[in-house]
Write a protein that binds this ligand. Structure first.
Ligand code: ZN
Length: 499
């Protein structure tokens, strides 16, 4: 290739910029070499100008050579247009791009065409099939593409989707199990208190029996006791939801048998434990749902209903609901934890702001001792407009500590402050981790904004960036305000730029 580069441009039929970009996108910016799938792009800031752009460590390689003496010479009569066409290109990482040209004998055109076909088809299916997209996140990239390789020579969309869902169901199960606090095997018991109080029979159940051994549960199944009633009721509830999910998936391409994995809406609220009053606000968010039942009726033998990962851009409340009912096994778990810290992206969008405010209000109620409750949506899919939920609530055990609540409420207060100053300054606010550092207090922030808004600014100007003090020390960095075009943020400021 190097030798070619020295030749005059006319001897080579290089890809145009647009073609290279098309090849990168078709491969999802991943190397198409089987077993490699390396990422090929990232953000990059120019050291000199501070301009933020991107770096590319991938390359659009020719299947048939761009020059007469290149590897894999083009068949006689292949026109320059064909050689420069997107169909003659494959997206690879730089290493693999070098390898296929230097070890040409191992990489005939047919092999490269196969790699291109598999990677591009796998990427396409990931985008166009909501089920595949959801599930693929839980499968390693190499294992995911291997499913497609296993289907060669025919890449049949339907049978591949089935195979992906089968592998995905297992991966998600493993993932949830590893995340769940209980060590495997799953306990043969369930929290009776939650179930029972959900059907207002809590008074009939003594405190000691709040955790029931399965043998006891089975015995009482037939007796018409509160336990029996609670189990039956929970089963009906779960079955109705899973049936509704299955119906909504069936209208697309699921055949009605086996696991189904998809998005579902959930509604999270707070309830006053003394009065039963519900909070005015609720968090309306998309979670991952997955379910399975053996018969499409409430009378089926086994039934699984799982909801998880309800955290979002402006909400870190993560509800895990798990109901497994099988012969000899009854598991009911419903817990709320915090999942990292929200990113608070696009907070200027009024809808996102609305979601943020709902999150903050529910958070506050929960921190004041209200109990979390949740509703599960009855429809599935990627873009859910439907707000239909199963009318009865699920109780949720709270697993959030006071320090976690304090931190989350502190973050919310800082988000409000950021929103206030970004409106006052007509800038978009970028939330950096340093902004949430407690060392950066409100008066420092307000003083920096004041300095920015002074009519005669003495700030140091360099390449569209302006830096404002005062700063605070966080570790070894000085955090101050930076205004970069239409953005404002609190980030480390080089010392020489402060006045
Ligand atoms: Zn590679």
């Amino acid at each position: 290739m190097k030798k070619d580069a020295k030749k005059s441009k006319n001897d080579r039929h290089n890809f145009g910029q647009a073609t290279r970009m098309d090849l990168a996108k078709a491969a999802g910016f991943k190397c198409s070499h089987r077993g490699c799938l390396a990422a090929s792009t990232c953000v990059a800031e120019k050291a000199k100008t501070g301009k933020i752009g991107s770096a590319n460590v991938g390359c659009a390689s020719h299947i048939y050579a761009a020059a007469d003496d290149g590897p894999r010479p083009a068949p006689a009569g292949m026109s320059p247009e064909k050689i420069m066409h997107v169909s003659n290109g494959i997206w690879l990482c730089r290493d693999c791009g070098t390898i296929i040209d230097n070890i040409e004998c191992k990489y005939p055109a047919e092999i490269l065409q196969e790699m291109k076909r598999v990677r591009e088809f796998a990427q396409e299916l990931t985008i166009i099939s909501p089920e595949v997209r959801t599930v693929s996140r839980f499968i390693s990239p190499i294992a995911f593409d291997d499913i497609f390789w296993d289907h060669l020579p025919e890449l049949n969309r339907e049978s591949i989707t089935r195979a992906v869902l089968a592998v995905g169901a297992k991966s998600i199960g493993d993932y949830l199990d590893s995340k769940s606090k209980q060590s495997s095997p799953l306990p043969l018991s369930f929290a009776l208190k939650s179930i029972a109080s959900a059907v207002q029979t809590a008074t009939a159940v003594t405190e000691q029996s709040s955790m029931l051994d399965l043998s006891v549960a089975q015995k009482t199944y037939s007796g018409g006791s509160p336990v029996d009633f609670a189990c039956t009721h929970l089963r009906e509830k779960a079955a109705t939801i899973v049936d509704a999910w299955a119906r909504s998936i069936r209208s697309r391409d699921w055949k009605g048998v086996g696991w189904h994995i998809h998005y579902c809406n959930v509604k999270l609220m707070a309830r006053n434990p003394k009065t039963g009053e519900l909070s005015d606000s609720f968090i309306w968010v998309q979670g991952n749902g997955y379910g399975r039942h053996d018969h499409l009726s409430t009378g089926g033998k086994s039934l699984h209903l799982h909801v998880s990962y309800t955290a979002s851009n402006v909400n870190n409340l993560d509800w895990h609901l798990k109901i497994d009912i099988e012969p000899g096994r009854f598991v009911f778990e419903s817990s709320l934890r915090m999942f990292g810290r929200p990113l608070f992206r696009d907070i200027d969008n009024p809808y996102v702001w609305q979601d943020f405010e709902a999150y903050e209000r529910v958070l506050r109620k929960l921190s004041e001792g209200w109990e979390p409750i949740g509703f599960v949506g009855l429809e599935t899919g990627d873009r859910l407009d439907s707000d239909v939920v199963y009318p009865e609530l699920f109780e949720i055990d709270l697993h959030i500590s006071k320090p976690e609540f304090d931190q989350a409420l502190y973050d919310c207060a800082k988000v409000r402050l950021a929103q206030e100053i970004s409106r006052a300054c007509s800038k978009f606010f970028v939330f950096t981790p340093d902004y949430f550092n407690r060392a950066l207090d409100e008066s420092t922030i307000r003083q920096a904004v004041f300095n920015y808004r002074r009519p005669i600014s003495t700030s140091y100007v360099e390449s569209h960036e302006r830096y404002f003090g005062p700063t605070v020390r966080v570790g070894r960095r000085e955090i101050g305000m930076i205004v970069r075009g239409i953005w404002m943020l609190f980030d480390p400021v080089p010392r020489r730029h402060l006045y």
